[in-house]
Design a protein around this ligand. Structure first.
Ligand code: TXA
Ligand code: MG
Length: 327
């Protein structure tokens, strides 16, 4: 199959492909998604095939209008409405009780469904033009870092999907927060673009750190580049990073340091996470893929403070890491 690369003025072509039951990759404000008609089992099956995704890892349905929700969920609590009013469109996914019309293949057989309204203008136009709820996971091969550019999507999906809309790099760079709204208090299943601090200022929320079970599918390996990732955290991280760099050099390994700009050093290839955590969020997946393009054996990463979006980044870095050293 030849994968058509479309530009944002060709949304109609992408919408027609979606209505015909094909898979189309599209940008969101977080990462590129791999979309298909959520109500068409055969179309959704193509997503699982293209990604090599395990069948018990459910998908998020993307919508642009609350009028679409009546067909998908049986209802929602008033506190969920507060969150919809505040964070939609945006990087917040709500898990709600599903309507029978939502195929089991989308939800991995669960009786709940995950929903989000993306804020990227191209995603909104596509959802409007298709006139369908669109199931879309991140558009990477399962287990690879999520794609934040069309180039990343093509690395993983070229020849496997009908089309991609290339709208350049995504803004946020890290996936949506997945919040289970079927329990009280609500529970964060996956930290993401909307932080625990933002959610808990409005409604009662239990953080994943407080022993909540993670999202289904979280047991699978995630975000793994080919290079071995060594994540170093804690007060004495810098000293440990020195040791790690020396050890790599002694063994003749091709290594890089990934850290905020302040930690740049001249004696090792540097993967620059930027000046602060919000820049880092938009760069980490690109940097992990770059590590592979450079043929690195090891990526040593300096941990970030686990507050706000820093917590989300550390969640992803822990999943990418072969080893976490807490100093
Ligand atoms: O930002 C995002 O969320 C991106 C863009 C494309 O929208 N999508 C994304 O999808 O990250 P994916 O498939 O890579 O991750 C979806 C997460 C998984 O952890 C999955 O287990 C969880 O959402 N999820 C989906 N349906 C669920 C449900 N019914 N109950 C609990 N967790 C669910
Ligand atoms: Mg994903």
């Amino acid at each position: 199959m030849l994968t058509q690369v479309l530009n944002p003025s060709q949304i109609d072509i992408a919408a027609t492909l979606l209505r015909q039951g094909e898979c189309v990759a599209f940008p969101t404000e977080t990462v590129y998604g791999l979309g298909a008609n959520a109500l068409d089992e055969k179309a959704v099956a193509k997503i699982f095939r293209a990604k090599g995704r395990p069948a018990d890892n459910p998908l998020i349905i993307h919508c642009h209008s609350r009028l679409q929700l009546a067909d998908l969920v049986t209802g929602w609590p008033p506190q969920a409405e507060v969150l919809m009013d505040t964070f939609w469109p945006g990087p917040l996914t709500l898990v709600l009780p599903k309507q029978p019309a939502v195929p089991d293949i989308v939800t991995g057989g669960l009786n709940t469904v995950a929903l989000r309204f993306p804020s990227h203008p191209v995603a909104i136009s596509l959802l409007q033009a298709a006139g369908l709820p669109i199931a879309a996971p991140s558009a990477n091969i399962s287990g690879r870092p999520s794609p934040t550019s069309a180039q990343h999507v093509l690395e993983d999906m070229s020849g496997k999907i009908a089309a991609i809309i290339d709208a350049g790099p995504t803004g946020g760079g890290i996936e949506s927060t997945v919040l289970d709204c079927t329990v009280s208090p609500f529970r964060i299943l996956r930290p993401g673009g909307v932080t625990y601090e933002e959610l808990s200022s409005l409604v009662a929320v239990k953080d994943t750190l407080e022993g909540a079970p993670p999202a289904p599918g979280a047991q699978y390996g995630h975000y793994s580049p080919v290079a071995r990732v060594v994540l170093v955290t804690g007060d004495r991280a810098k000293a440990e990073i020195n040791r790690q760099i020396d050890a790599c050099k002694a063994q003749g390994m091709k290594a890089a340091l990934m850290a905020l700009t302040d930690s740049r050093r001249p004696d090792i290839h540097f993967l620059d996470m930027g000046r602060d955590v919000s820049v880092a969020a938009s760069r980490i997946y690109h940097l992990l893929r770059q590590g592979d393009a450079l043929g690195l054996d090891v990526i040593i990463i300096e941990g970030l403070p686990e507050k706000g979006i820093g917590r989300t980044i550390m969640d992803r870095l822990r999943k990418a890491a072969a080893i976490v050293i807490n100093t």
